[in-house]
Design a protein around this ligand. Sequence first.
Ligand SMILES: CC(C)(COP(=O)(O)OP(=O)(O)OC[C@H]1O[C@@H](n2cnc3c(N)ncnc32)[C@H](O)[C@@H]1OP(=O)(O)O)[C@@H](O)C(=O)NCCC(=O)NCCS
Length: 238
Amino acid sequence: MRLRPFTDGDLTLPFLGTIAFRADRWRDAHTRSSVLEVDGHPVAAGIMWTSRVHGDRYWVAIVVEPASRRRGYGKAVFAHLSTLRDAPLAFMTRGYVDDDALGFADALGARTIQVVPPADVPAASRPVLRPHPAVQSVRDLPRAEAAVVDGEIVALALVYHDSTPSCLTAETTRRETADGERLIEACVRRSLDVLAARGVEWVTFDGHVSDPHFLPVWARLSPRGRWFRLVEIPPAGG
Ligand SMILES: CC(C)(COP(=O)(O)OP(=O)(O)OC[C@H]1O[C@@H](n2cnc3c(N)ncnc32)[C@H](O)[C@@H]1OP(=O)(O)O)[C@@H](O)C(=O)NCCC(=O)NCCS
């Protein structure tokens, strides 16, 4: 077994799947990638990087060719990446609770940082949410669509159409907004009314469990789908 840097020539390895690999050190000392060879043949690869949003941990992704799984190669790549860290940071990864990736991460000692509940919401479930007279369409406002109280935007719902199904998110402009949950409820109701009128049947919610206004509304809409976890993994070897 031999571990070596990932090169541009490895980009065509057939087992890389959907993970976007780059050559070792493609950006700087925090962006590393490796290949594990057995008898001179690549059977696994791993990549780690810091992102601008989550600069406090290394994202990690590892892939092992299907025929060579459950022989410890994934763990060996992780142990190697742990030695390549330029900063003393832990790793992180994410996935649906029933993904191989998270079973593997759990075996490496993962700790959950964030949980996202099932998020696919049928537009037909919208009658459980109450409308509110403060909610108006963005078209009637200079900047945004929202709940407007005393001339001020206090809550808003936004729908992004750059994925399928469309993605809906909603928030108050301040955490302590009076009636925040009620206003978010009505903003979401209105967005779902508009989408339903356009023939949209499903929308994906974007948020997480710590949201005091969005999650209670989300929970009432009978969301379907899979639970999602973001996890921290301690580096191998301490
Ligand atoms: C996840 C993956 C990298 C694991 O590679 P691997 O070489 O099979 O992993 P290892 O043999 O080192 O497994 C170490 C431990 O992880 C856990 N594990 C590995 N695969 C698992 C799976 N599919 N389900 C549950 N647990 C799993 C087990 O506890 C395993 O120990 P065991 O075999 O003694 O029970 C491999 O399944 C893979 O390439 N999957 C597709 C890509 C992917 O999801 N990558 C994860 C991105 S971080």
